[in-house]
Design a protein around this ligand. Structure first.
Ligand code: DI6
Ligand code: FE
Length: 400
């Protein structure tokens, strides 16, 4: 039985074969409960599906957007640090003044769950207002067992309080906290692995992430965390080759990672390993922009090897204080030279794949009815405008 049909729609189905964007010009979508029952040219809409219709007057429909990499739950902000840097302060001076990731850890530990929740909701609501219906949220600013779990509980609460699907990632291996300075292995033993076990036991972790970098954890240390993830049956992903090439991407691929993220410094062997493993490249133009990075992720290599490319905000108080996914779509085009079609696939189909969600990211029969309806004439307009939000309506799990 069909509950509702959307008619007079231009539909960017984002299906990979056929027309660019999987475009259907004069289309209709039949929705039954939470599921898309039928999609096609309006002239072919089955009679039985015509009961309850909503006329979209030619508007564009896309899959609702998916932000597949965020640190949106975090205490405080680093605006003062941003200001100090622009007034000429050095990295050391900022660190001595308590800046950097350490300050976010301190603020996150000090904040109550309500404070963390209210601060995060401001940013989540901005994403929702741009047509996002699924958001991935990481821990990683607690770096002690209680605060890591607190962050993940807040992430779950966001999904209860808003019409948005939250997927959590445990990121205990994000940074070495001050109390373990120079003792990263002990941190993994004493804090990271016990916190992961507890998060899993409490149903708080959908996946496991890490930061493989000179300033964070080595591939050997990350592998210890991945081994525990595998033992718990949790999928992995990794912040890899963001600032240098340590071979994290190949490690992630060996563990069948859903994604490897950032990737500015990944080499050909790393990309080949991703292709083999079917891992998605999650590209984060907001961090590239904020850090004024100049080394581009190897877009052509990803294309040649058929590695799917997703785009996300990386929303975090340090390297990407960005809560507009549409801005990231634009940046993926202007900074990374991705095509608008690739960038739109990056926040729909490929982002859903990066989260292992096979029922999302395309407008197709059988998929969950998460849709975004836009006041634009063509999907390229969503990539082309800067700081413009033409969302007309968002549909989350059907119309009920
Ligand atoms: N990569 C980043 O760019 C951020 N975390 C990560 O793994 C930085 C986080 C911060 O500075 O707060
Ligand atoms: Fe990140």
């Amino acid at each position: 039985m069909t509950d509702t049909a959307l008619i007079n729609a231009k539909i960017a189905t984002m299906k990979p074969d056929g027309e660019a964007y999987g475009l259907i010009e004069n289309g209709a979508i039949a929705i039954s409960g939470e599921t898309i029952a039928w999609v096609g040219p309006m002239a072919d809409l089955p009679n039985a599906d015509k009961g309850n219709t909503v006329d979209l007057e030619g508007r564009l429909v896309t899959p609702a957007l998916v932000d597949c990499h965020t640190h949106i739950v975090a205490g405080g902000n680093r605006a003062r640090e941003f200001e100090m840097r622009l007034n000429g302060a050095s990295y050391e001076e900022i660190a001595r003044a308590g800046g950097g990731i350490v300050s976010t850890v301190k603020a996150t530990r000090a904040a109550s769950e309500t404070e963390l929740l209210n601060a995060a909701l401001l940013r989540v609501d901005q994403l929702i207002g741009e047509g996002v219906a699924t958001v991935e949220i990481k821990s990683g600013y607690g770096l002690d067992v209680d605060t890591e779990l607190k962050m993940l509980r807040v992430a779950r609460t966001i999904g209860d309080m808003r019409d948005v699907r939250v997927r959590t990632s445990f990121l205990g291996a994000h940074a070495v906290p001050a109390e373990y300075a120079g003792r990263a292995d002990a941190y993994i033993d004493d804090v990271c692995l016990p916190a992961l076990d507890a998060a899993h036991e409490q149903g708080l972790a959908d996946a496991v992430d890490g930061f493989c970098e000179g300033i964070a954890f080595s591939p050997e240390q990350i592998e210890r965390v991945f081994k525990r993830a595998a033992a718990l049956g949790l999928p992995v992903k990794l912040h890899a080759e963001q600032l240098s090439n340590l071979g994290g991407t190949a490690l992630a691929a060996r563990y069948g990672a859903l994604s490897a993220d950032h990737l500015e410094y990944v080499d050909e062997a790393g990309v080949a390993a991703m292709a083999e493993a079917g891992s998605i490249a999650v590209l984060l133009p907001g961090a590239f922009y904020t850090l004024r990075e100049t080394k581009l992720p190897p877009i052509d290599l990803f294309r040649q090897r058929g590695v799917g490319m997703a785009i996300a905000t990386d929303c975090n108080p340090g390297s990407s204080p960005v809560s507009s996914l549409l801005l990231c779509v634009n940046m993926a085009c202007t900074l990374f030279r991705m095509t608008p079609e690739e960038a739109m696939a990056g926040v729909t189909r490929e982002a859903a794949r990066a989260l292992g969600l096979s029922d999302l990211g395309m407008v197709d029969a059988g998929m969950t009815a998460d849709l975004a309806i836009w006041d634009v004439e063509h999907p390229a307009e969503l990539a082309y405008r800067v700081g413009f939000n033409p969302l007309y309506r968002r549909i989350y799990k059907g119309l009920s």
